[in-house]
Design a protein around this ligand. Structure first.
Ligand code: GAL
Length: 418
C-alpha cells in the first residue's frame, strides 16, 4: 500500500470509529439492508416499493435486499423465516403481524426489543392505544407497525349489483337472497380462493364475529366464550351454506386470483381484507363497492403489519434507519395509499387516501375493534395454524360437528379452554 493510500485509509477508519462512538450516524458494516416480507402481489408490492424509494432517497449508498416469499397471509414466508432465524441467518428486518404471532419467533432469544426507538421517535404518542396494546408482548415492543388493515370487508362488483337491482347485503339472510338472484343470472355469487390454506379461516372469522358479536368473538381467544357455543354452530352452518354459492375452482385460486373474478364481472362478491383495495388500485379497477361482511357493521376486524428487527442483524445501522422510516409519517403516507391500508399513525393526511380507505379511517376510530386470528393478532401461531387447517378442511367437507369439536379441542390444547 502506498503511504498516501495508507493515510487515507487511516483517516476513514478513525472517522468511522469517531462516528460510532458518537452513536447516531454510525456507518453500517456493509452497505446493505435486507427486508423480508410476503408482499409480492399488486398493491402490497407497490406499497413496499414506495417505502423503499424513500429509503433510497435518504440513503442512496445502501443496497436494499428485498427478500420476499410469495403467498398471502405469509403462509409460506413464515416457514422460511423461522428456518432462517433459528439457523442463524436472519434477514435484518421482517414482516410481523402485531399481536400474538410474535410468540412464534421466541422474541427474547431472536428479536431486538424496540422500546428505546419507540421513545426516541415518540411512537408511543402517535400510535393509537388499541394498537399499542396489541404490539406489546411481555412488556416490550418487537415490531414497528406500518399500517392497520381491516379483514371483514365484502367487496362487490358495482355494475353487476346495479344491473340486477341489488344492494350490498347487511345480514346473511339478505346475502342468501342476493346470492340466489345472482345465481339465477349465471353469475358466481361469491368468489373465494382457498389455495394457500388460510382463506377459509379468514372468511369464517368474519362470520364468527357477526354470529357472536365483538365481545363474544374476543372471548373465544381468552376462554370467556366456549367453542361449543351454539352461535359457533350457527356460524359454521352459515359458512357451509355460503360455500354452496362459491366458484367451483376455489381450491386452485389465491385471494387475488379470486378477486380477478370481480374485475372480469364474472363474480359478484368477495370477502377479503382491504389489501384487496390496494390490489384493485394496482389493476386500475374502479368498479368495486364495499361493505362490512354481513352481520359485522360497527365492528372492525383488525390486524397490523409491523417490521421486526433480528437480534444479531448484519446491518444494524441501516436496519435502524429502516425502522425509523417505517414508523414515520412520510414512510406511512407513501406506503399505505398503495397498500390498501390506513396508517398505524394517527397523523396521516386523509386526503392522500381513496374513498374506501377514508371510510376505513372513520370506522377504525368509531367501531368496536376485534383482533384477526388468521393474521396474527388474536392467538399464538400454533393455535392459529390449527384453526386455519380445521377451516380449510371444513370448506370442502362441511362436517359441522367435527369442525366444532376440533375447534374446541384446539382451544383446550392451547390452555385457554378447559
Ligand atoms: C396479510 C397481511 C397483509 C396482506 C395479506 C395478503 O396477512 O397482513 O398485509 O399482505 O396478508 O397477503
Amino acid at each position: 500500500m502506498t503511504r498516501k493510500l495508507f493515510s487515507l485509509v487511516s483517516i476513514v477508519a478513525v472517522a468511522a470509529l469517531l462516528l460510532t462512538a458518537c452513536g447516531g450516524a454510525a456507518p453500517a458494516k456493509t452497505n446493505k439492508v435486507e427486508m423480508f416480507s410476503w408482499w409480492t402481489a399488486g398493491g402490497e408490492a407497490d406499497g413496499l416499493n414506495a417505502m423503499y424509494d424513500q429509503y433510497k432517497k435518504l440513503y442512496p449508498n445502501v443496497e436494499i435486499v428485498n427478500a420476499t416469499v410469495a403467498g398471502g397471509a405469509g403462509t409460506n414466508a413464515k416457514a422460511v423465516l423461522s428456518t432462517r432465524i433459528t439457523g442463524g441467518d436472519p434477514p435484518d428486518s421482517f414482516q410481523l403481524h402485531a399481536g400474538l404471532e410474535v410468540e412464534k419467533y421466541d422474541p427474547s432469544k431472536y428479536l431486538q426489543p424496540l422500546d428505546s426507538i419507540y421513545t426516541s421517535e415518540g411512537w408511543d404518542k402517535v400510535f393509537p392505544k388499541d394498537l399499542i396494546a396489541l404490539l406489546k408482548y411481555k412488556d416490550h415492543f418487537w415490531g414497528v407497525p406500518v399500517n392497520i388493515h381491516r379483514a371483514n370487508v365484502l367487496w362487490y362488483n358495482k355494475k353487476v349489483f346495479a344491473d340486477n337491482n341489488l344492494q350490498a347485503p347487511k345480514t346473511w339472510d339478505e346475502f342468501f337472497k342476493t346470492a340466489d338472484a345472482l345465481k339465477a343470472k349465471g353469475i358466481v355469487p361469491l368468489v373465494i380462493g382457498t389455495k394457500e390454506g388460510w382463506e377459509a379461516g379468514h372468511t369464517f372469522e368474519t362470520i364468527l364475529i357477526g354470529a357472536l358479536g365483538a365481545e363474544g368473538y374476543k372471548g373465544l381467544w381468552t376462554g370467556k366464550t366456549q367453542w361449543t357455543d351454539p352461535k359457533v354452530t350457527d356460524a359454521l352452518n352459515t359458512f357451509k351454506k355460503v360455500m354452496t354459492y362459491a366458484n367451483t375452482d376455489y381450491s386452485a385460486l389465491t385471494w387475488d386470483g379470486a378477486a380477478q373474478y370481480l374485475v372480469d364481472g364474472k363474480g359478484a362478491m368477495h370477502i377479503m381484507g382491504d389489501w384487496t383495495d390496494g390490489w384493485f388500485i394496482s389493476k386500475k379497477y374502479t368498479g368495486y363497492g364495499y361493505a362490512p361482511v354481513p352481520g359485522t357493521a360497527g365492528i372492525f376486524d383488525a390486524l397490523s403489519d409491523s417490521f421486526a428487527a433480528a437480534k444479531g442483524a448484519k446491518n444494524q445501522a441501516n436496519l435502524e434507519a429502516w425502522l425509523k422510516l417505517a414508523g414515520s409519517k412520510a414512510g406511512q403516507e407513501a406506503f399505505n395509499p398503495k397498500k390498501g391500508s390506513i396508517c398505524a399513525r394517527t397523523d396521516c393526511d386523509p386526503k392522500l387516501f381513496d374513498e374506501y380507505l377514508q371510510s376505513a379511517m372513520k370506522d377504525w376510530s368509531s367501531n368496536a375493534i376485534v383482533p384477526s386470528v388468521v393474521h396474527g393478532a388474536a392467538a399464538v401461531e400454533k393455535w392459529a395454524t390449527v384453526y386455519k387447517d380445521i377451516l380449510g378442511t371444513f370448506a370442502t367437507k362441511g362436517d359441522v360437528a367435527a369442525a366444532q369439536k376440533s375447534l374446541q379441542q384446539a382451544c383446550v390444547d392451547n390452555g385457554v379452554c378447559k
